[in-house]
Design a protein around this ligand. Sequence first.
Ligand code: NAD
Ligand code: ZN
Length: 377
Amino acid sequence: MKALVYNGPRDVSVEEVPDAAVERPTDVLVKVTSTNICGSDLHMYEGRTDVEPGKILGHENLGEVVEIGSAVDRVRVGDRVCLPFNIGCGFCKNCERGFTGFCRTANPGFAGAAYGYADMGPYAGGQAEYLRVPYGDFNCLRLPPDSVEKENDYVMLADIWPTGYHATVLADVQPGDSVVVYGAGPVGLMAAYSANLRGASKVMLVDRQPDRLKLADKIGAIPINDADGSPVEQVMELTGGEGADKGCECVGWQAHDPDGEEHPDMTLNDLVGSVRATGAIGTVGVFVPQDPGGPDEMARQGRLGFDMGLFFQKGLRMGTGQANVKAYNRQLRDLIAADRAKPSFLVSHELPLAEAPDAYRHFDARDDGWTKVVLKP
Ligand code: NAD
Ligand code: ZN
């Protein structure tokens, strides 16, 4: 089969690789019809991880079930399914409590398991013609009959919509809250979209890319361009000097200033400055440094100049981590089915798999208009 493989920093190519197959009785084999490029793929693409050359990337996948293992009894051949990017077993201590992003069976470390990702288990990604889905009964989200015409909406359930939504859950967004979101990439846009769905009275979205800020405007969020001056001061001005009730971090380790200089701690400290005393912050941007090399090395490299003093003084709370996609995606699916949500507003490009290397280049360079790429293998 054809698949997009990682060769080295900023070097990916579409290659002929051995076909994905059912390997265990609980596996399901999916013919991939949509698979997105994600901001998280850029951590690997840019060489910020120790992902091994030859890895097939792609963790935002949707397709049709073409084969099931002998122990699968809920999913059927022919079902159209979306696959949460986290691979969960469904029965470990964490999955049992809904924390499928931290499954202890699928990846015995502490980081949970995912398709096509560094340090998240041996699983191949879905930027390919076929994908092996472990624990298929648990990990397949079945889609309704309108899934063909709304495919670009449903594929957002694999990751970025539940992730954006998770940011608003971690930040405890309540009806009437004012919310500031840092980062207007796909995840930040979905966090802002989710904050509105949860009844926020005002949503502010910080970035400096005009095309992305334009989308903010389209979904009823107030765009804040930090190239025009301190985003903290702009939030203060928009909230009568009080600060936002809640905040979401949707940038992560690659945060930089408008001049392009990297400041991994910048958005966290801007959030501590922007959110009012006793408020809360949800951090879904990934803060995993280059070559994590195990928990000790990661802790050492991952230390940031975080403003703990002001965080404490304000009595703020913060939640972090991978989104437990499965905890939300059935409900979010039903909002799409009921025509109450349309996350495909993000999609800027729909391309065949063969054009993936070129798409990675454009998405990585944040070229104007390249918001979200859906590949169609
Ligand atoms: P992206 O790279 O497309 O978007 C990031 C945006 O942040 C860009 O538009 C960039 O201009 C902006 N930005 C950079 N520095 C900034 C700053 N100082 N202030 C404000 N904006 C700034 O990525 P994405 O796909 O939207 O993903 C965002 C983050 O979420 C990444 O770290 C990704 O790995 C992470 N993520 C986490 C999970 C999870 O489960 N926790 C899942 C998916 C993605
Ligand atoms: Zn993703």
